[in-house]
Ligand binder design. Sequence first.
Ligand SMILES: Cc1cc2nc3c(=O)[nH]c(=O)nc-3n(C[C@H](O)[C@H](O)[C@H](O)COP(=O)(O)OP(=O)(O)OC[C@H]3O[C@@H](n4cnc5c(N)ncnc54)[C@H](O)[C@@H]3O)c2cc1C
Length: 397
Amino acid sequence: MNFTFTKQEEAFRLELRSWLEENLPDGWKAGNRELPRDKGEYSKFLRQWQRTLYEGGWAAISWPKAYGGREATLMEEIIYHQEMVRIQSPPLVNYVGIHMVAPTLMQMGTEEQKRNFIEKILTGEHVWSQGYSEPNAGSDLTAIETTAVKDGGKWVINGQKVWTSFAHVSDFCFLLAKTGQSEKKHEGITVFLLDMNQPGVETRPIIQMDGKQEFNEVYLTDAIAYDSDVVGEVGKGWAVLIALMLHERSGIAAQVFTLERQFDDLVEMAKQVKIDGVPLVEDPIVRNKMAGLYARIRGALLTYYRNITHTLKNGRPGPESSLDKLLVSELTKELFEFAIAIQDHHGVMTEEDAISNKSWQEGYLSSFGVTIGGGTSEVQRNTIGERILGLPKDLGR
Ligand SMILES: Cc1cc2nc3c(=O)[nH]c(=O)nc-3n(C[C@H](O)[C@H](O)[C@H](O)COP(=O)(O)OP(=O)(O)OC[C@H]3O[C@@H](n4cnc5c(N)ncnc54)[C@H](O)[C@@H]3O)c2cc1C
């Protein structure tokens, strides 16, 4: 891969940079990056930010122009993520809609689904969640127990989903349900575009250990969907799910760049914070550990670039994205663990006594979820072993 960006790519970077300077929410650039805690205000703030991105033409840059995107190249996507991370822009409330649901509908949806949903995903009018995981099915989604039964002209859906990110602010859910039994475990599963605003859908918040609420339990009691809400074929939802997962590539990119920024923040914190009068950064053990972390983060970045090169050559992402996911999530966890450890006894404090600011403590608590969401580290290792190294499948499967 050529590591130098072309003049055209640098012009793209400058265009985005100056747009961000003018359009970031009030107070954001000055460092006031607190999101509202109230559910209604939180949703309003983030939907407004997506609307601003949409109006500026920056909501979904890799989408085809026909659907309101810019048909950005992979290199432009990388630049986009670098700049968003550099300026620490607000998160994208409709991440699932933009990066996963809409591209899947463009590929496999009916004309009616495209017409009804894609533009509203882009503008932020419809926010989406993903309803895959259940109490007995996370890593193995073939074990889902939620059922959808045909009753005349409608589907009646019953079951429970768990860890559904953004369900509390969602309008629709990309939902997996069993619609039949089959000898083959990947068959008999169907994807529905479920309207969340109906009596049969109850969303209960799960409060995380960092005090935030980003995911939920979703209870489905005679919830209703129609034939027009089925994506692809009834019973063949697995193919839809695989297509959706391949669209996750740009999300993985963002994580590598976030990790780089977190390392820079770590260095800054270690320069400013003193323990017994000595800045942390002058401690030889701290320096040694930071040098090791830096080398491995650089390695993760280069591995990511190598995988991107592979994607560019093949025209589609391959199992290599499991390497990126594994490296970045494990390094993120290690970085926050180290940051808390070097803060001495202040590391356990989160309020006014906390060293520097409490973002290290919050980041530490949420770093555990990073190695689980989107596929656990063990599952990524299986994929790397089986699909990259060509090792035999594990005995249980
Ligand atoms: C921050 C976050 C956000 C999430 N957002 C969503 C969302 O929006 N929508 C959604 O549907 N889900 C979401 N999830 C759920 C997530 O996808 C699941 O938690 C994850 O896939 C693991 O499934 P599980 O919890 O059922 O664990 P299990 O699958 O029961 O795994 C338990 C343990 O066994 C290990 N294990 C399982 N199978 C194997 C194997 N074959 N080989 C080796 N080890 C194995 C796992 O690695 C893990 O350590 C989210 C989770 C988190 C943490």
